[in-house]
Design a protein around this ligand. Structure first.
Ligand code: HEC
Length: 189
């Protein structure tokens, strides 16, 4: 009987505590959504330095975003044969806008879709492969398709090192690459 009662009490205590905690979490979420600009749709956990480094690698290598957007995202493409990509340093898109653009590409433009299933089941803008024919500008095939996790890492990198960071200069270049690499020499002139 004694054990039973104390079990009841502790269970009750726990559920009160849990209710308090979930209330507190909702409160924090609401405050964050109201106070922090663009907080909606942000990842709950801050990316680690290694997430950002992995995102940088995916941007430069597997996704080959640099071919059209430049290694620093400023729109100075590294491949002159490629279409002119947008200046990602100046983009107004928030996290979810960035994720959608990378997954789905942009209709009627040369921004490719990196989600393998982007136009197979209507997940992107409600369109299927056949619908894409009606646009004068066809999206090119992506250099590689990317998993959701890889896209999230690229967006972690973009938000940490590219979006809203101003034009590249020598100090930012060293910070970007983590050392004074050859790419940074051009900013010393
Ligand atoms: C084949 C060239 C090409 C490649 C590769 C490419 N992009 Fe783009 N991207 C473009 C073009 C062109 C636009 C501008 C589309 C338009 O006209 O709105 C664009 C637009 C964007 C935008 C929208 C910017 C804005 O403010 O509206 C984002 C974000 C973006 N690209 C991210 C990426 C990322 C990240 C990668 C690599 C995973 C990538 N792009 C690879 C060509 C490319």
């Amino acid at each position: 009987m004694g054990v039973y009662t104390s079990l009841m009490v502790s269970r009750q205590k726990r559920s009160i505590w849990r209710r308090f905690l979930s209330g507190a979490t909702v409160g924090v979420a609401i405050t964050a959504a109201l106070v922090v600009p663009g907080a909606q749709g942000q990842e709950p956990q801050a990316p680690t330095a290694s997430d950002i480094a992995e995102g940088l690698r995916l941007y430069q290598q597997k996704g080959n975003c640099q071919a059209c957007h430049g290694w620093s995202g400023d729109g100075h493409k590294t491949d002159s044969q490629m279409p002119d990509g947008a200046n990602l340093r100046d983009t107004k898109l928030n996290r979810s806008g960035l994720v959608t653009t990378i997954k789905c590409g942009r209709l009627n433009s040369q921004m490719p879709a990196f989600d393998k299933f982007a136009y197979s089941d209507g997940r992107c803008y409600g369109k299927k492969q056949a619908d894409l024919k009606s646009y004068p500008t066809r999206m090119p095939d992506p250099p590689a398709t990317l998993q959701q996790r890889e896209i999230d890492l690229i967006v972690d990198f973009l938000l940490a090192k590219v979006v809203g960071k101003g034009p590249m200069d020598h100090a930012r270049c060293v910070e970007f690459w983590g050392s004074d690499t050859a790419a940074c020499k051009e900013f010393l002139k």
